[in-house]
Design a protein around this ligand. Structure first.
Ligand code: ADP
Ligand code: ADP
Length: 586
């Protein structure tokens, strides 16, 4: 049996050690060769994150995915079977499979099939989705992102000894990725008794800077700025952008002797109070003895009735309650507000009566500032942070957009697309056209008109369009795209907010009269089989963003109609950017 190492760092008050599940390098080759013969389990992104935190001791005293006894007690009363506090299930859900049986060793792999660990299955048990949802998240609502996600998890959990070969490879911000042992070692060099951790999944603004500095000062310690770079709430600012903001803040606005910035690949559950307690336990393992817990810690947002899932102070209460047992105190936290007349932040209870305060909400940051290309004000965000956010979230007219034409052959897709393309260029957009006929001469060369081939063709167009949109480009697609489900796939690839479906609703009789390419005649004569509208179906869109009539309107009229719609949505600017007073207007 290959040994795993235990790092001898005592964690009070239990005196247990920080376990490190990685096998020593010299044993790695042997285990790797062995793993080649084992059945494999591909882990979800979430399980990969969990495995990494298990492997490095970040979840100590937990050192494996939970077995049934631990899981049941954690769900019911936030403790492992041995009685130690652990508020959050960390399980490995799987689908039933003949390879999943007791005493079987399995190779755990990531999405790229890289070998991460070998697990010896010692427990297999069913778990109850509804009960876990209720107990952990206090709701059954699929508005809760984890409750929604849990429906895709397998019905069985497996547990057993883990031998970890390698941590998931991460190539970005390597100097900031520290294990608990490395974090503790670095914190020791600062020479302070107290370490206050700040957990975050959002860009930091001035108010966060203020409150972290105040908390650090209050405990006379060092700040562990510990942003989550694993999984956060869907829709959050991507981690690369966030980490760029944290770096610039740590470098320019904090006392370097009082801050350690490190990244944690945690997969958050958005479980409010339970999660806050979990964060405290995890940060203790990283060497902190204080955690800042604010309003609505780890909040999943609002439920279907518009109410928050958890009370705003539930998280603070629970951390306070278990603080002695965990040996992590809650850092003094006061809600702050900005006083524009005095240009400073103040704790809300200390604000003089009648004083003016201002604030900007997260939604306003996106909608009123970033989407409109307005700079965030200095009192709200440091200029370096505002610049990084503006780069990552350009205004609407510089975000990507896909205009997807669909309709019968000869309906007028290409003709209208050509006019629209010129108009878009006139308005300052760079356009790529993916015309069905043209795409079939290169990207989709060799594909025919069977259902399968047509679906492949559309998915290829969708894939390319999605890449263009992701990089802020404008793409006009014009293919028959007769099948609704496939068009919806394209919509999902590209993203609902950036997909404008244009149904060119020309009746078959009109298309047939036009018969630009003489194909309808051939199809009628039976010389072409499976021709859309003749002997192959066209499924019209049910919720196209725009429907065009090419009988009553000219191509130019229809193209202007689409342009007006794009201007109204903010994807195109109304004027063409001509010179005014010798200056380029924008
Ligand atoms: P598709 O790309 O949908 O197969 P095309 O744009 O290649 O169709 O062909 C449409 C034909 O119909 C062209 O010959 C075009 O000149 C003609 N046409 C007549 N009226 C219109 C209109 N209002 N909009 C678009 N095309 C029209
Ligand atoms: P799809 O969405 O079916 O891949 P494309 O726009 O790529 O559509 O190609 C459709 C074009 O190919 C039509 O405009 C027509 O000129 C030609 N074509 C050839 N065979 C067929 C067919 N069986 N059904 C429809 N169009 C066909």
């Amino acid at each position: 049996m290959i040994p795993t190492t235990e790092v001898s760092i005592l964690i009070s008050p239990y005196g247990q050690k920080l376990v490190d599940l990685r096998v020593p390098a010299e044993a790695g080759d042997e285990l790797k060769a062995h793993a080649g013969h084992l059945p494999s389990l591909q882990l979800s992104e979430r399980s990969v994150c969990d495995l990494e935190l298990l492997a490095t001791g970040a979840f100590s005293p937990l050192a494996r995915f939970m077995n049934q006894a631990d899981h049941e007690r954690v769900v019911a009363d936030m403790r492992l079977a041995n009685g130690l506090i652990f508020p959050m299930p960390v399980t490995l859900p799987v689908e039933p499979d003949p390879a999943i049986r007791l005493d079987q060793e399995i190779a755990l792999r990531n999405a790229k099939n890289e070998l991460l660990a070998v697990m010896t299955i010692e427990d297999i048990y069913e778990w109850d989705r509804a009960e876990v949802a209720q107990q952990i998240f206090n709701t059954q609502s699929s508005r809760h992102p984890l409750v929604a996600e849990m429906h895709r998890w397998g019905p069985l959990n497996i547990s057993g000894r883990l031998q970890v070969l390698q941590l998931p490879r991460r190539h970005d911000f390597q100097d900031l990725r520290l294990t608990p042992a490395q974090t503790r070692a670095r914190l020791e060099t600062y020479g302070y008794q107290n370490v206050v951790a700040f957990q975050t999944r959002n860009p930091l603004h001035r108010v966060h800077e203020e409150l972290t500095k105040r908390a650090t000062k209050a405990v006379d310690g060092v700040l562990l700025l510990h942003p989550v770079v694993g999984l956060t709430k869907p829709g959050d600012v991507d981690h690369a952008t966030r980490v760029r903001t944290y770096k610039t803040l740590a470098e320019n606005y904090y006392d370097p002797d009082r801050i350690l910035l490190a990244l944690i690949p945690l997969a958050m559950r958005m479980a409010g109070p339970r999660e806050a307690l979990w964060h405290a336990l995890i940060r203790r393992n990283y060497g902190a003895n204080h955690l800042i817990v604010g309003r609505g810690h780890a909040s999943p947002g609002l439920d279907s009735t518009g109410k928050p899932f958890y009370g705003p102070y539930d998280a603070q209460e629970i951390v306070e309650k278990f603080s002695a047992e965990l040996d992590v105190r809650m850092a003094p936290f006061q809600a702050l507000a900005y006083l524009p007349d005095e240009d400073r932040y103040e704790e809300i209870p200390k604000i003089p009566a009648g004083a003016r305060t201002i604030s900007i909400s997260g939604t306003q940051v996106r909608e009123d500032y970033l989407n409109k290309g307005r700079p965030l004000p200095d009192w709200f965000t440091r200029p370096e942070v505002a610049e990084i956010l503006a780069e990552a979230y350009p205004p609407r007219h510089r975000q990507g957009i896909c205009i997807w034409f669909t309709g019968l052959s000869g309906a007028g897709k290409s003709t209208t697309a050509e006019v629209l393309t010129d108009l878009l260029m006139e308005h300052g957009r760079q356009v790529t056209v993916l015309d069905g006929d043209v795409v079939r001469t290169h990207l989709s060369k060799g594909l025919g008109f069977s259902k399968e081939d047509r679906d492949v063709n559309i998915r290829r167009i969708g894939f390319v369009a999605a890449e263009i949109v992701r990089h802020g480009g404008t793409v006009v697609c014009a293919a028959v795209s007769p099948y609704r489900a496939t068009r919806n796939d394209a919509r999902n690839m590209i993203g609902q907010d950036h997909f404008i479906e244009v149904f060119v609703d020309t009746p078959l009789t009109v298309c047939e009269q036009r018969d630009v390419k003489g194909m309808y005649a051939k199809a009628r004569r039976g010389q072409i089989k499976g021709f859309t509208g003749i002997d192959d179906p066209y499924e019209p869109p049910q919720h196209a963003e725009i429907t065009l009539n090419t009988v009553t309107h000219t191509p130019a009229e229809n193209a202007h109609h689409i342009l007006a719609d794009l201007i109204q949505r903010g994807f195109v600017r109304a004027h063409t950017g001509q010179q005014t007073n010798g200056k380029i207007s924008n």
